[in-house]
Write a protein that binds this ligand. Structure first.
Ligand code: PHE
Length: 443
């Protein structure tokens, strides 16, 4: 449940709908599904296998299992660095969830028009102090939980609150089905139109598959190291991949009907979820209650993901340095806060005001794009190379087979890991650099 909690979070609920919207819908969604099962899932299972076998976090796993090669240690550092970056901006978004809980209690959407509700997010996004405040509070909560270790607290709460989130999402989805824009939403989400795929659409879809599965950063290696030997890795991995994809799709199919019913642009950017769902809440009876509960659950879903990020950074630090858990957690959280400040201030442009002018995206969007679309796939590429080529094949196969009766699955899994995943990631990166042009295939 903790691993599912890491995978299912704002990636599916917040990031997937708006990035799908920006990348033209159907074609992007189709690629996302293909990449999740063809590339993401084999790597996900590979990370679990590696972690459970080594009983270590990513950095030491790569290092020790490669006969202490310092090259492989670099991969570990890249992983830890990416976790820090993701945690920094993801916590800003999680802070918005906290803010929306309080705003809901204050009936912020009652009696307001769709456009006015939309405007509320714009005001929040451009408030420097408020962003920093909630970002800081969220990190403190995170730190408090990681102090005591993953196993103790989170698993218990994840078992209760994740199904809660799921049920309320399904409830909202049922309501969204009745909106006049639902048909357009279905077409937008499922009808692949490759002409509408954005310029970096293929790479973004790959990044989205990695991001929503939390794969390519060694996080799942850490969680694998906490798994018991008799637990079934392929089954758990596949189940989590299906759950993640399902939540992503339901989330999109709840948000796009609102978009099309009220004439919002689907490419509304990072505010999309926060601007659309409250419009729906405002129309429901007991809207304050529903809105508060939903944002509280969204906050919790964010928490189970950020815990995995912070936990991974801390676990790597504990493996490497002689320090106690509390000190490591505090150092990691403090570092995250400092790195996150420019993201928290992106909407107000009170820091780096010319960033967007120079890089085409504000700081928040830059970190968001770089980590998901580049660092995670590249991290994943090296993990496949490590598992598929560097580590003894017999070790991976044996670890894969412990706890499962379906031993025949080990062969196709290893083939995907060794050939399909790295070659596909490599081709997609070539495509992004402009050396080849795959889109001509679709036209
Ligand atoms: N998978 C998480 C989500 O979808 C995000 C995440 C990415 C968590 C990377 C950990 C690492 O919300």
């Amino acid at each position: 449940m903790a691993t599912a909690g890491s995978a299912i979070g704002l990636g599916s609920l917040w990031r997937f709908p708006y990035v799908a919207g920006e990348n033209g819908g159907g074609a992007f969604v189709l690629l996302y599904l293909i990449f999740t099962f063809l590339i993401g899932l084999p790597v996900f299972i590979g990370e679990l296998v590696l972690g459970r076998y080594s009983q270590k976090s990513a950095l030491l796993s790569y290092y020790e299992l490669s006969n202490n090669s310092s090259n492989w240690r670099i991969l570990g550092w890249l992983n830890v660095f990416s976790c820090l970056l993701i945690l920094s901006y993801y916590s800003v978004v999680s802070g918005w969830c906290l803010s929306y809980v309080i705003m809901s209690l204050n009936k912020f959407s009652v009696g307001r028009s769709a456009d006015e509700i939309k405007e509320v997010f714009t005001v929040l996004y451009s408030s420097p102090g408020i962003n920093l405040f909630w970002f800081g509070i969220f990190l403190l909560i995170n730190m408090g939980i990681v102090f005591s270790g993953v196993r103790k607290g989170i698993e218990h709460w994840a078992k209760i609150l994740m199904p809660g989130l799921f049920l309320s999402l399904m409830g909202l989805f049922c309501y969204a089905v009745s909106l006049p824009g639902f048909k357009d939403a279905l077409i937008f989400t499922f009808k692949p139109d490759f002409h509408r795929l954005g310029a970096s659409g293929i790479l973004n879809a790959l990044g989205m598959a990695f991001f929503t599965l939390s794969v390519g950063l060694g996080i799942i290696v850490t969680y694998g190291s906490y798994m018991k030997k008799d637990e079934n890795i392929p089954y758990n991995g596949t189940l989590i991949a299906f759950m993640t994809v399902f939540v992503s799709l339901i989330s999109a199919l709840t948000i796009f009907p609102i978009v099309f019913t009220f004439g919002f642009p689907p490419e509304g950017g990072p505010g999309l979820v926060f601007q659309t769902l409250p419009v729906l809440f405002a129309k429901l009876p007991a809207s304050i209650l529903i809105s508060t509960i939903f944002f509280a659950l969204l906050f919790f879903a964010a928490l189970t993901s950020t815990i995995s990020l912070l936990e991974t950074i801390v676990a790597n630090m504990l493996d490497l340095f002689n320090m106690n858990r509390k000190t490591a957690t505090m150092i990691a959280a403090a570092l995250t806060f400092v790195i996150g400040i420019p993201s928290a201030l992106s909407g107000s442009e009170s820091l780096f005001p010319t960033w967007k002018l120079i890089y085409g995206k504000n700081f928040f969007d830059t970190v968001n794009y770089l980590t998901a679309s580049w660092f995670m796939p590249i991290g994943g590429l090296f993990i496949t190379i490590f598992l598929g080529w560097r580590l003894d094949k017999a070790i991976s196969m044996r670890e894969f087979n412990l706890g499962t009766k379906r031993r025949y699955l080990a062969i196709p899994w290893f083939f995907m890991l060794r050939w399909v995943a790295p070659v596909a990631v490599f081709i997609i990166i070539l495509q992004e650099t402009g050396l080849i042009n795959l889109t001509t295939l679709f036209y």
